[in-house]
Design a binder for this molecule. Structure first.
Ligand SMILES: Nc1ncnc2c1ncn2[C@@H]1O[C@H](COP(=O)(O)OP(=O)(O)OP(=O)(O)O)[C@@H](O)[C@H]1O
Ligand SMILES: [Mg+2]
Length: 466
């Protein structure tokens, strides 16, 4: 300070008295708090009440080690470190703060500790939102790359069958609540579609819907996939850690698909999250709270799994609050034609001409028992749309594996030597069969078929295999 400035100040403030000092401290926007050696709070400025929401009179004379035993100031006092700065979480108030604490000396004697800090809860919250948004963006990008289906809403959900309608009415009703939902039904019956429709008609529709395919994640990765991990949690862990699916789904919906394929160890961990809506990241100690809606689905018979001891009864009770059972297609044959019509409309647009079912195919569809349900119907029609060169889809345009033996060979009556179409039909059949054999594991199917990744995915798109 210059000599002149010093002179001005000393003339304006002849005495640095207590009052003036306190006034200055009260002007500071950050909290200033002083404790003595037994951690009793002996001073707090006005910012204390404003920022922490607790009147100063209420804390003066109270011991900080009773209110906030993990506070940085206590640490500084106990360890005798002269100075400490950084972030802190105040358990008693549930807020994040950042600042510094330093020892207070009277001559050479330590007489207490001063802490100066500000509330950064909003910043921490914003950072959490930012991390979540980043995570969701990465997740959606990954989903797009996997050619995920676009969500269907209830309006687009095709089906007139009375049993299906009952399920849909119930589904639409619970969609509006936050209740846990369990969707049961055979493979290809529309569980994914229903889960998405429920999310998009819930109050969480603008928040993320995060799907976890419990069957597709290797056992040793599932915990970090679901709960995330902290930096350095294991070798190969990403710098800065990674958000798990539960954190990505915060304020939205988590869709736990193929829940029946989860190991017993993971079932126990999942149960805890469902009960407390709270968990820790792998390698972390801080409990993370999430606000999520859970939709689970499986094609497995959970009750018989419970009897065999492979599914936890308590988890089943937790999930089975509102069970939604999707009827297999063979038990709602009245929907087959409506579904076919919907799929044919899209396929007609794709092939550039109108496609219809011949009366024989219509009656065959009623007899066939559709083990692969709606997905199979969709695939059968896509196959037919490629093989059929006319308007009317005939029996011989259907995949060989489903048509009666006498029509075993895929031959178009009107074009018996249409090599390209016939080979395409056979190729698609082989791809579907390989996918079946390897339970939809695309990498394994691709290797078994001897295709490169690019060729294989080109073919999946060409044949409309999802
Ligand atoms: N009601 C419907 N209307 C139109 N398309 C549907 C309907 N239900 C299902 N689909 C279509 O059928 C296919 C299979 O549906 P989905 O993936 O939802 O079945 P899933 O029950 O989840 O099968 P999995 O058990 O194999 O996972 C999808 O391509 C979907 O678009
Ligand atoms: Mg599914």
């Amino acid at each position: 300070m210059s000599v002149e400035a010093h002179a001005v100040i000393t003339s304006a403030f002849p005495r640095w008295d207590r009052e003036l000092l306190f006034e200055i401290l009260n002007k500071i926007h950050d909290v200033v708090m002083v404790i003595d050696t037994d951690t009793t709070i002996i001073y707090a400025n006005e910012a204390y009440a404003r920022i922490l929401g607790v009147p100063v009179a209420k804390v003066l004379g109270r011991r900080l080690d009773k209110i906030e035993p993990k506070a940085e100031a206590i640490n500084v006092l106990r360890t005798g470190k002269a100075y400490q700065s950084g972030g802190d979480y105040l358990d008693s108030l549930g807020i994040d703060v950042v600042g510094s604490s330093f020892l207070l000396y009277y001559g050479k004697r330590i007489i207490g500790c001063v802490s100066i800090f500000k509330n950064i809860t909003e910043v921490v919250e914003l950072n959490r939102e930012l991390q979540q948004t980043k995570g969701v963006a990465a997740y959606l990008k990954e989903q797009l790359e996997q050619w995920e289906q676009l969500p269907l809403s209830f309006k687009e959900y095709v089906g007139q069958n009375s049993r299906l309608k009952e399920t849909l009415v119930l589904a639409a009703k619970v969609a509006r609540t936050d209740s846990t939902v369990l969707i049961l039904g055979e493979s290809g019956v529309g569980k994914d579609v229903l889960a998405r429709a429920m999310h998009s008609s819930s109050r969480r529709k603008d928040k993320p819907l995060i799907k976890v395919n419990c069957a597709a994640i290797p056992e040793d990765l599932i915990e970090s996939e679901l709960f995330g991990y902290e930096e350095g949690a294991f070798t190969g862990a990403k710098k800065g850690g990674k958000l798990g699916k539960f954190e990505l789904a915060h304020s939205g919906t988590i869709f736990l698909d193929e829940i029946g394929d989860m190991s017993l160890t993971m079932q126990a961990k999942l149960l805890r999250v469902l009960q407390d809506k709270e968990f820790e990241r792998v390698g972390g100690t801080k409990s993370i709270k999430v606000d999520i809606r859970v939709i689970a689905a499986t094609n497995r018979d959970l009750e018989s799994m419970i009897q065999k001891g492979t599914f936890r009864l308590d988890l089943y009770y937790r999930l089975n609050i509102v069970p939604l059972i999707l009827t297999p297609l063979r038990e709602r044959k009245d929907d087959i034609l409506a579904l076919s019509k919907t799929f044919l409309q899209r396929l007609s647009r794709e092939v550039g001409r109108e496609l219809i079912l011949s009366p024989r195919v219509m009656s065959f569809f009623q007899e066939y028992n559709w083990p692969g349900n709606i997905r199979e119907l969709q695939n059968v029609l896509e196959h037919a749309s490629i093989v059929c060169s006319g308007v009317s889809i005939e029996i011989q345009h259907l995949p060989a594996r489903i048509i009666p033996k006498t029509n075993e060979r895929v031959k178009a009556k009107d074009k018996p030597y249409a090599v390209k179409e016939i080979l395409a039909g056979v190729e698609k059949e082989l791809i579907l069969s390989a996918l079946d054999t390897y339970h939809n594991n695309r990498t394994k199917a691709m290797k078994a078929l001897g295709f490169s990744r690019r060729v294989f995915y080109d073919k999946l798109i060409r044949y409309g295999i999802h």
